[in-house]
Design a protein around this ligand. Sequence first.
Ligand code: ATP
Ligand code: MG
Length: 444
Amino acid sequence: MIRKFISRVFSGKKPRAGHHEPAVIPVSTHGITRDRISSGSRRVCETLQQHGHKAYVVGGAVRDLLIGAEPKDFDVATDATPEEVRRYFRRARIIGRRFQIVHVMIGQETLEVTTFRGLLDEKTKTDEHGRVLHDNVFGSHAEDAARRDFTANALYYDPASEAVIDYHHGVGDLKQKTLRMIGEPRTRYREDPVRMLRAVRLAAKLGLIIDPAARTPIREMAGLLENVPPARLFDEMLKLLTSGHSVKCITQLRDEGLHHGLLPMLDVILEQPMGEKFVMLALENTDQRVRQGKGISPGFLFATLLWHEVLVHWEKLKAKGEPKIPALYQAMDTVIDVQGEKLAITRRIAGDIKDIWALQPRFEQRAGKRPYSLLEQPRVRAGYDFLLLRAESGEIDAEMAEWWTNFQNAEGHERAEMLLPEQAGEKKKRRRRKKPANAAPTTE
Ligand code: ATP
Ligand code: MG
């Protein structure tokens, strides 16, 4: 130790990041006993340790336990390579994303096991803005800690000793409710601009203050998000929106100047006064469901976020004389295409979104057999929930939503009595539709 220190002083070198001794905080101080972590993560750590490796629960789970929140999932960090990890477990597979991780299945649990990552150096591949493209170099435990984003996320829990290993004063920062970046924030944002979104999401979710050194550069560096691959932005937006604190996250994104021009969807959400009420209602609704442990569908969520954008396009097309239903479909495609460029909404989710939108005009039809056949549609429940939000936000008459609530609850004969009379125009149109195929196209 002393010799190392002296040689450092005389060589004039600063200690390299990731090369200092960590604080080892005993269970008597932090109080997290091993029964607080999932049985799967315990098994994984024990197995790896039995094979002579280091293995710890890391990241969000340790952070959440320290502040008394329920961890979402348990991640493990180890000095075993992905290949080694895979060999130790019967149900394990390597998945390669930005860096290789191993998914280990234990009972119902899937654990993400990552190998300690090394520091970036001159050889690390980046794009012209400094964003790190490949990140697969393994390293020591200390280096792994230095590569994590925030001090509160660089905590390691050892189930064997029940100690928390803290290289960057994360426990102290958490006590002070501060989210502090490891290293120089500007450099870290350049390496990975998504860290700006993570800062906002974690602060909002955990009730932490972003340390000014990490907060100040966000405004000036927000533009770097434009350069992030759409699929990653979509993942991060989904995390943010399903965090149970989406209203707070979105509000804070706006406060930090992260919504403007980068994420068209957020422009849409926050800069349409008409849509803001609808979207906020939808997000409150989602937050409530998440906190009650109910499932939420990404399709429904994105359908609400983009609905008012669809309405704007739809109105324009109708004003140009485009028939109602084709105009709606055209508006839907335009909105999905524009968002897709930035957010890479997956094709399946795009399908769900369109189903919900396409059902909306069908709720207007409350005569004859149509209400019955609408209720047979596979996505009608989501479409109806969507209708309720539209009514609650004042976009449509509350009467229509009430009618559908009552119609669904009514008995057979009551239903028949509820039906509205066929309008003269409706009948005429339907008769016209029955004309042979070579007749002029009908309009609706
Ligand atoms: P959540 O509660 O949302 O799961 P989390 O902090 O666990 O929060 P994950 O995305 O699961 O977030 O990441 C696990 C850990 O990996 C983080 O705690 C952090 O240590 C590290 N990490 C994740 N993303 C980054 C990043 N962009 N840069 C550096 N480290 C990261
Ligand atoms: Mg996590």
